[in-house]
Every structure is written in C-alpha cells, then in structure tokens.
Design a protein around this ligand. Sequence first.
Ligand code: GDP
Length: 322
Amino acid sequence: MAGFDLSGRRIWVAGHRGMVGSALCRRLESEKCEVITVDRELVDLRRQGDVEEWMSNAHPDVVVIAAATVGGIMANDSRPAEFLYDNLLIETNIIHSAWQLGLDKLLLLGSTCIYPRLAPQPIAEDSLLSGPLEPTNEWYAIAKIAGIKLCDAYRRQHGCDFVSAQPANLYGPHDNFDLQSGHVLPALMRKIHDANVSRTQKVEIWGTGNPLREFLHVDDLADALVFLLRHYNQSGQINVGSGEEVSIAKLAAMIGEVVGYTGEFSFAPDKPDGPPRKLADSRRLKAMGWQPQTRLVEGLQSTYRWYLDSMQRPQTTFPPTT
Ligand code: GDP
C-alpha cells in the first residue's frame, strides 16, 4: 500500500521524554528517517516565540505532537487550569508554526477521554461532541478537542496534511508511577509492589473497581502512529485501541498475579470512578490493516520488569508528561 514516505524525512517527536514520545523514538529507529528532539529546558512549547524560533532553525518535515500535560483522574480533576492552558498552547503553537513553515505532515495525539461520558460503546469517531463530557477530565478533553479542530481547520483553510489520533488508556515503559498524578495501571502496580515489599496485606483501589477501561501498550501505539503517518490523511480524529477491556478490579487482580501479591484489595468509594466505560471503536484503523500485538497480561509482565529495572537506575524520574 503506497503512502506518505518517511525515508529521509526529519521527524520531530515533540515530547520525546514521555511515555508516548520515547516509545515513538524507539519505533522510528527501524525507519530510514531522521528523528529530531529538543529538551524542555531549551524550548518551552507553551511559548509561541520559542516554538517558532526552534522550528524555523530545526526545519523538520514532519512533527508528532506527543508533548502534553497529562495525568490520572486525580491530577486531571485537581489541576484544571494547567491541563487546559498547557495543552491548548502546546498544540496551538506547534500547529500554527507547522503551517507557517510548510511542514509536510503533522500528527496530534489525544485520548479517548475526548468523547462524551455516556457515548454509545464501543465509541465511534463520530461520537465526538454528541453529549456532555466526563467532568473529571473535561479540561484535558476540551483542549484536545480544540487540537483536533485546529488540525481540521488548517487542513480546510490551508490544505495542510494535519491529522489526529486518539488512543485508549496507555501503559508501558516510562509511564508515570506517581501515586497521586499517575494513571490507574502504573499507580496500582506501584501500590501492589510496595505492599509486597512491606508485607502489607491490603491495597486500596480508588472508586468502586467497576469502571471498565481498555488498555493499549505504548509500543503498539507507536507502531500505529508510524502506520498512520504513512497511511492516514483525513480530517477528524482516528481511534487507536487494543480491544482488551477489563474492570479496574480485574486489572488489580491481574497486576497482583504478575507481582506475586497474595493480599487483599479494599475499595475507596469516596474517590471518583470517572466514566463507567471507555472502549474505543477501532474498526476504521483495523480496516486499514493495522493490528495491536501485545496482550494485556504480557504487557503487564514486561512493564513490571521495566519498573523493577528502573528502580536500579539512579537517575530515574517518572515524568509527569507524555
Ligand atoms: P481515567 O481512565 O481517565 O478515568 O483515568 P485513571 O487511569 O486515572 O483511572 C481509571 C480508573 O481507575 C478510575 O475509575 C479510578 O478511580 C480507578 N483507580 C483505582 N485505583 C486508582 C489509583 O490508584 N490511581 C488512579 N489514577 N486511578 C485508580
């Protein structure tokens, strides 16, 4: 299938230190392109001047916007200004400069939390803006919906090849294992690991444990992104899911098995559940010929190995952004 050729292109992975960006950099090593990155200490992506100057000097051909302020349910709910301001500015600045400089392609990342809280499941792309958002993450969602619309607007007014992809709940190497700001999978992995080490027989699961979530390994996402760079050139966002959906209680049990935890779980119904279900309809992407490779149980095992290894590395930090 002929498509956009990556060979010889300079691809800027914005957000290369995060979970998504680092996975994409690893995946792009097997392509004949040149990956370029810049550290956040040098360029603040929330400042248009910084972004314009850096992009016009670095002259990328392609940009993937994996830089974002992200976090789990508590972080989203408690830092609304940051989630809205940072994400609006990052995507606006990069998209506008990409148009001004005539980049060949731009791919913006979001997440399935852009969809209405009670969207029909599995959630098809055309559910966007068809109902009220989930209140715990509406700030992030509004910013990402604006990003999708920016891509569409520059495509419509200026003919730019700008696209956006919305992955399911991600996990894998370089995830954020912080208990307050992380997502459920790394947070539970860390809590369960710590309980094992300290021989505590109880681990707390926030909420009721009933919500259903679809988990996608970040290496599968990176592979899908390369596929989309090659083959996707349309307005509107495209979903990227694994189809593997589990309840939060079941996820905790699976992580418990991987970690070798034999204690109990308790629930904290005073903590928010978020949306009851968030399963992406990924039929469009699959019909184009892409499939995920990593089963959840294998992904949990490899992520736990990565987590254990990371604790041996003195410099490890768990970045708050992807
Ligand atoms: P969401 O998918 O946007 O809701 O984000 P999260 O990954 O943060 O949370 C998913 C679900 O896991 C929610 O129902 C949380 O209440 C639940 N959950 C259970 N324990 C934890 C935990 O320790 N950390 C987080 N972040 N979520 C948890």
